[in-house]
Design a protein around this ligand. Structure first.
Ligand SMILES: [Fe+2]
Length: 387
């Protein structure tokens, strides 16, 4: 049958910016708000609209850097309401923007399993599972942020019936041997940076404090890597002190970055191009576009946190490898003076001063000081020992 609305030649084949992907057709056909641009300052208040089929309010987020790669979608559930169950064929991460809820997960041959979650909870619903969400409170709405790789999948099979309520089950993913489904994640043997937590459920990313020093990116920051069972989705959360900022760096597309705590801004720019400033606080979201440099700044009196969901390994860009630093990370002495001036100006507006050591601007090999206990903790983590 000929599709006259979308002639074959409109299909994106070359990945140019502004071109449409097969996922975009599906997204645009749902009739709910779609938010584009470079950042969402507040997921708690951004406009949502009724999605009759799903019996909720919803919105799609497609900021620059997500196109063709990542889905981010808001579900808003009214006080006391329960939305109809849905089976989805792909792994999906859920981050709670606001409110308290109950999730029920099951698949063919596996009984229903329910668990509660609250603000800033992060959990994975495995591919092939039915899921149903309920608002646990009668006095406020529940807002969820869903993150998955449906745009990539739809470039290969655009039929929604392949993904929603199809018959294929994955019972093994909901029958863990140790009966710890949706128990709080556990520390895993370290991979890479020394603090990896493994599991389906992270209670509150705004309070998560099992972190290790993250030396490579500067700012005296700490990090935790997040790993989900049987999934190539994952992420990490960086926490960095007030009055500091991270090194500029770049990598691949599709990372959904949400802010669980703190106040600051991020600067994003293509090499040699115009700079975009994304202000943020708890509930903000942005995605650094593919291969754009980006840099995160804390202008508050509290530690700031950013949680980066995913990417799939094929979108990593591998810029975080040490040998690529010269190309993909800007050391403080090499950054444009404007970067530091802007930071000190923003702090000044708030009656604050930079806590960046003067030496970081002179010494590319500057070693940020961490406490002796943390140094030891990092070593323990690197060896995979329990904290
Ligand atoms: Fe990054």
């Amino acid at each position: 049958m000929t599709d006259e609305t979308h002639p074959q030649d409109e299909i994106t084949r070359d990945g140019r910016r502004g071109s449409k992907y097969l996922y975009d057709r599906w997204m645009e056909a749902q009739g709910v708000p779609i938010h584009r641009g470079y950042f969402i300052e507040d997921l708690k208040t951004v406009e949502v609209g009724p999605w009759a089929e799903r019996e909720c309010n919803a919105a799609f987020i497609q900021v620059s850097g997500m196109e063709g790669v990542t889905e981010a979608r808001i579900t808003e559930i009214a006080p006391g309401a329960t939305v109809p169950p849905l089976k989805f064929a792909l792994d999906e991460l859920i981050y709670t923007i606001s409110g308290w809820g109950i999730a029920t997960v099951w698949t063919e041959g596996v009984p229903k399993h329910s668990f509660e979650f609250g603000p800033r909870s992060l959990f994975l619903i495995p591919r092939g599972s039915h899921r149903q969400f309920a608002n646990a409170r009668g006095d406020q709405t529940l807002r969820l942020l869903h993150n998955n790789y449906l745009p990539v999948a739809m470039s290969l099979e655009p039929d929604p019936g392949f993904y929603f309520n199809n018959a294929y089950p994955h019972p093994e993913l909901l029958q863990p041997k140790d009966d710890e489904l949706y128990a709080v994640a556990k520390r895993a043997p370290a991979m890479g940076r020394g603090a990896t937590w493994y599991g389906n459920f992270f209670t509150d990313m705004g309070a998560w404090d099992d972190l290790v020093p993250h030396r490579q990116r500067g700012g005296g920051g700490h990090v935790v890597d997040v790993s989900f069972p049987h999934s190539q989705m994952g992420g990490h959360m960086s926490v960095f002190p007030p009055g500091t900022y991270k090194k500029g760096h770049r990598h691949g597309p599709g990372r959904v970055i949400v802010i669980p705590a703190g106040e600051g801004y991020s600067i994003m720019w293509p090499e040699g191009g115009e700079k975009i400033i994304a202000p943020w606080h708890e509930g903000s979201m942005f995605t650094p576009p593919d291969r754009w440099f980006h840099q995160h700044f804390n202008v508050s009196v509290e530690p700031a946190r950013y949680l980066a969901l995913a990417p799939l390994p094929q979108f990593s860009g591998w810029s975080e490898q040490v040998e690529d630093r010269a190309r993909d990370q800007i050391e403080y002495p090499d950054e444009e003076p404007w970067i530091r001036e802007k930071f000190e100006e923003e702090l000044g507006k708030r009656g604050l001063e930079s806590l960046m050591p003067e030496d970081v601007y002179k010494d590319r090999a500057y070693k940020w000081g961490y406490s002796a206990g943390e140094e030891q903790g990092a070593v323990l983590g690197a060896q995979g020992s329990a904290p």
